[in-house]
Write a protein that binds this ligand. Structure first.
Ligand code: ARG
Length: 488
């Protein structure tokens, strides 16, 4: 449980030194760096300085990093094997306490790193050697890289679930033809499946982005120290291997510049950027479902479990889940913007501003995972309203472009054919007769190339079947794409 900051701190006139410079003369806790200070920080300094309220979620990674650090220190002979074992066992106990919610986080100790080290030091004397050749600067960089690798795995799983749900819905809607839109005006007919599979392409690209972030995170910063490494005989390869910072052949991957390693936040930005891309795609998908579920469109019905009613209007069924997905995606672009702005003016190397890097990436992760999981859970309950879709797509104007193609096949230049069909559309509006029902004597007056067979251009099935090249909405192409996504 978090202790209330304002109650937790007393100023000290003089700092005493315990064995490890953590306990003040009167027994109160002081941060590990407190040796040169004669009084503790102001209460407001503590409030602005603490990060444990949000970085405690790094605890499993911090402990993993410290256990690897202890193993490395023993490996090179800086600590004994007994000290290593005591440190590692003590950290296991702390991890169990944290998982059970029994660990007391103290904001006076600033962050997750010092809270854990302090708790360990109280139990295991050798813990005073754990921070040898390490700084919180390379420690937090390591923790975050471990966190990013795990977060990317989780997001990838959630993306795969959304893709699978979209492919299932596409499978069910291969024969449901709807108007496709440009400028939100009816454009050309497409199977609903083709529209849904457009999003699958986007989410598949997002998986590639997430995989690239994971790859970028897979480099070990430990050994960079605060800024300039260490004079101690550490083994960077050893600790990198312990933590799984290795390539496909098991070769350790190390950061190559200690100053870059402690101040680089590119992975944070790439991660937030990948989350923002996912968010934008989910937001557009949501917008489509919000429109499609309105009475005006009526293409789909949304499941009750992901919609809400109105406290006033009994008839309402609101698409809240999709609206919230759309709303939350704004946070994702905001988080990216925050990180870009924070890093832009910072001189090398570490500056405390960088502590603020964590809330936006944690928020991006939490919200992205939530909205992905929400959409994946909602999609199986979405059903197409076949009648309403058929009614909307019966508008013959959707096939005006196919009449142009009919004329082009009769050797008219495209521009002229476009003009001719434009005249037909104008005539249809003027006579208030659907395009395909215009009397042929009127039609034939517009251009001699228009034969009685011109109405065949309005055969929806044929129109779609003719679109049989890669990427097109023809039924064979759509079916092939569904099969493709089922196999990746
Ligand atoms: N909580 C700190 C952060 O996340 C850890 C690094 C502190 N380094 C320092 N030089 N004060 O940025």
């Amino acid at each position: 449980m978090m202790r209330i900051l304002s109650l937790g701190w007393i100023r000290f006139a003089k700092a005493g030194r315990s064995e490890n410079s953590i306990i003040m003369a009167d027994g109160k806790k002081q941060a590990t760096w407190g040796g040169r200070f004669s009084e503790g920080p102001a209460e407001l300094m503590l409030r602005i300085g603490e990060s444990v309220s949000f970085d405690q979620r790094l605890a499993p990674f911090d402990i993993q990093g410290s256990q690897a650090q202890a193993a490395m220190l023993a490996h090179v002979g800086i600590i004994t094997l007994e000290e290593r074992d005591a440190i590692q066992a003590g950290l296991d106990v702390i991890l169990t306490q944290i998982k059970a919610g029994e660990f007391t986080w103290d904001p006076a100790l600033e962050d997750v790193h010092m809270n854990i080290e302090q708790a360990l030091t109280l139990e295991v004397p050798a813990a005073a050697k754990l921070h040898t050749a390490r700084s919180r600067n390379d420690q937090v960089a390591t923790d975050m890289r471990l966190w990013f690798k795990s977060a990317c795995d989780e997001l990838d799983l959630s993306l795969a679930k959304v893709i699978a749900a979209l492919v299932d819905l596409a499978d069910q809607t291969q024969e449901v033809i709807i108007p496709g839109y440009t400028h939100l005006q009816r454009a050309q007919p497409v199977p609903m499946a083709h529209h849904l599979l457009a999003y699958v392409e986007m989410f598949a690209r997002d998986r590639t982005l997430i995989a690239a972030v994971k790859e970028q995170a897979n480099v070990c910063p430990l050994g960079s120290g605060a800024i300039a490494g260490t004079t101690l005989p550490i083994d960077r390869d050893f600790v990198a291997k312990e933590l799984g910072f290795v390539d496909d052949e098991g070769k350790p991957q190390l950061t190559q510049n200690s100053m870059d390693a402690v101040s680089d936040r590119d992975t944070f930005i790439q991660f937030a950027s990948a989350c923002a891309a996912v968010g934008i795609h989910l937001s557009r998908l949501s917008e489509d479902f919000i429109l499609w579920s309105s009475v005006e469109f009526g293409f789909v019905k949304l499941p009750d479990a992901f919609t809400t009613g109105s406290s006033l209007m009994p008839q309402k069924k609101n698409p809240d889940a999709f609206e919230l997905v759309r709303g939350k995606s704004a946070r994702l672009t905001g988080n990216l913007q925050m990180l870009l702005t924070m890093v832009k003016g910072l001189p090398l190397t570490y500056n405390r501003d960088l502590q603020e890097d964590k809330p936006p990436v944690f928020d991006s992760f939490d919200q992205t995972k939530l909205i992905l999981d929400c959409v994946a859970a909602c999609l199986p309950g979405v059903s197409a309203d076949v009648k309403r879709c058929a009614f909307a797509v019966a508008d013959p104007a959707l096939l005006a472009t196919d009449v142009v193609d009919y004329l082009v096949k009769k050797a008219l230049p495209f521009r002229e054919a476009h003009h001719v069909v434009g005249a037909l559309v104008a005539l249809s509006e003027q006579l208030d007769i659907p395009l395909n029902k215009l009397p042929f004597e009127e039609v034939s007056k517009i251009h001699e190339a228009l034969g009685e067979d011109w109405v065949q251009a309005f055969d929806l099935e044929k129109a779609l079947a003719a679109r049989d090249k890669p990427g097109m909405p023809g039924p064979d192409q759509v079916a092939a794409r569904i099969a493709h996504w089922r196999n990746v």
